[in-house]
Design a protein around this ligand. Structure first.
Ligand SMILES: Cc1cc2nc3c(=O)[nH]c(=O)nc-3n(C[C@H](O)[C@H](O)[C@H](O)COP(=O)(O)O)c2cc1C
Length: 210
């Protein structure tokens, strides 16, 4: 059952003076530190989408590209997330790095990446991952695991060496307009800095109460 576990956060601080004025650089800084800390899956981020019916849903995806154009991840365009993004391109990403007592929330619009980038990334994946993502009808109900195994065998027979990228599998790019960097502090008095994109392309930084 739930236990009353309480941690006091003492890893670090986040001040207006230390934060990079550019949120992409601030994210790169924290991501590099998460990687150096040998966190398990530091690139894992929770993606939340909202479908046409207004119901939100979340799942973890891996960050595969980051620059001032946005944050890139790859998935099946027919999946639940794909259908929700088709109906409503607004989404939210959340990183949580427990040993560093940090989370980052990133909001923005999502668009599909250029097909060439999806081709390049798909081609760079191991054969078994290519087969898996080509064969799996992600998010659809299947009668049992054997359905998946049969499809994998069929796809392996059809594509013994190179697997073409399925048209319904590729990248998405979330173009942020808001970032919130959260650093845990003692006694729940956490540091929260929110960056908001301005019409001129610059970013404002404001502090939020914890
Ligand atoms: C650590 C981790 C990384 C994952 N990375 C991805 C990913 O990059 N792309 C993806 O489509 N699914 C990824 N998944 C699986 C998703 O969480 C999810 O189950 C799947 O995309 C189907 O989601 P949907 O039905 O909401 O569309 C990952 C899961 C975990 C736990």
């Amino acid at each position: 059952m739930l236990r009353d576990l309480r941690s006091d956060y003492t890893y670090g601080t986040l001040s207006e003076q230390d934060a990079d004025p550019n949120p992409f650089r601030q994210l790169e800084r924290w991501l590099s530190e998460a990687i150096e800390t040998h966190l398990y899956e530091p690139h894992g981020m929770t993606l939340s989408t909202v479908g046409a019916n207004g119901r939100p849903s979340s799942r973890v995806v891996l960050l595969r590209g980051l620059d001032e154009g946005g944050l890139v991840f790859f998935s099946n365009y027919h999946s639940r997330k794909g259908q929700e993004l088709e109906a409503n391109p607004w989404a939210c990403l959340n990183f949580w790095w427990p040993p560093m007592e940090r989370q980052v929330r990133i909001e923005g619009r999502v668009e599909k990446v250029e097909p060439q980038l999806s081709d390049e990334y798909f081609a760079s994946r191991p054969y078994d991952s290519q087969i898996g993502s080509a064969a799996s009808p992600q998010s659809q109900v299947i009668a049992g695991r054997e359905v998946l195994e049969e499809r994998i065998a069929e796809f392996k027979a059809r594509y013994p060496e190179t697997v073409p990228r399925p048209a319904h599998w590729g990248g998405y790019r979330l173009k942020p307009d808001t970032f919130e960097f959260w650093q845990g502090r003692p006694s729940r008095l956490h540091d929260r800095l929110v960056y908001r994109l301005q019409p001129d392309g610059g970013w404002t930084i404001e502090r939020l109460a914890p």
